[in-house]
Design a protein around this ligand. Sequence first.
Ligand SMILES: [Zn+2]
Length: 364
Amino acid sequence: MLIFGAALAYPLDAQEGWAQSGFQTAIGSAMDVLDHESLAFPQSLPEFQRLFPDDVACAAYLERCRWDGGFICPYCQTSGEPFRFENRPGVLRCRKCRRNTGLMVGTVMERSHTPLSTWFWAAYLVASQTPGISAVQFQRQLGLKRYETAFGILHKLRAGMVRPDQDRIGGQPANHVEVDETWIGGKTRGEGRGVHHKTLVAAAVEVRHREPGSAQDKRRDGRYAGRVRLAVATDRSAESLCGFVQSAVMPGALIVSDDWSGYRSLRKLGYDHHAIAECGDPEVAEEFLPMIHLVFANLKTWLNGIHHGVSAKHLQAYLNEFTFRFNRRFYPFNAFRSLLGIAGGAAAPTYDALYSGEWKHPHI
Ligand SMILES: [Zn+2]
């Protein structure tokens, strides 16, 4: 198959998919011109501590997110330095109309009794640590008294992880999309052969190409994973699997899958479908569907290693979290702000806008 080019023999290191690459450096510098100086994003834990040492610093950050040129009262539109309260850093009071404006209103932190700095830590850890963080680890790391507090914070952050307008992936003529399904979790001990208590997960991954001549060109023939979509599937039927593809991938996209009958009707549904024969053979599968196997390996390592397995009932929420982080792995700053719910109104590009070329960098 021509679309794969010649050099296909590269290691499928499960960690490698997460690795930041030369590509990240290029985008990283592009992002720097977008972040106004006052909204720096920490690159390390010490830097985080320097930028957000306490609740007052976090509140100041929220304030700058909202009013780049200084506070404007949302009630009377008066601009100018508001009253501040030492023990309530999240509240600003207008000097003219004397009404209070809450900095956390409209964010996931609204009505929370947890200190702002704890929220910032949580969003930073979730956004920047590649495997995310479990509630137990989080509670321990931040010295929170109650497990429930840690659990509640992480779940609120998770709630903001799926964009309501989430669009379908694929569709750029140069890229194709790998589609496959896998069984996740469950125990099979003592119940004989076969699949027991496992949940089927369907996935689609964009395969992108680096610019010829770029630093990473030789590795993987210049290919890397773009965006991913993951969903719990009811079974391996054509209805279930093709239904997933229709909800996740743009019509007309070139899709590569194995030759399972469940994918056979993709052509009829308007996709340019290439089925690879004998994908039951792991070597063939790794050769022709490398990105999706990388994603599955990462996903399983994460679910087992960080969360010690996840029940079928909650699996989709974890798939959403994995997807959120995977699709923003080059943009932790955007992830941080969307987690806190403070990205709205900021003139920053979305992941998609950056890729499609829709977004124009201010300096270029
Ligand atoms: Zn006012």
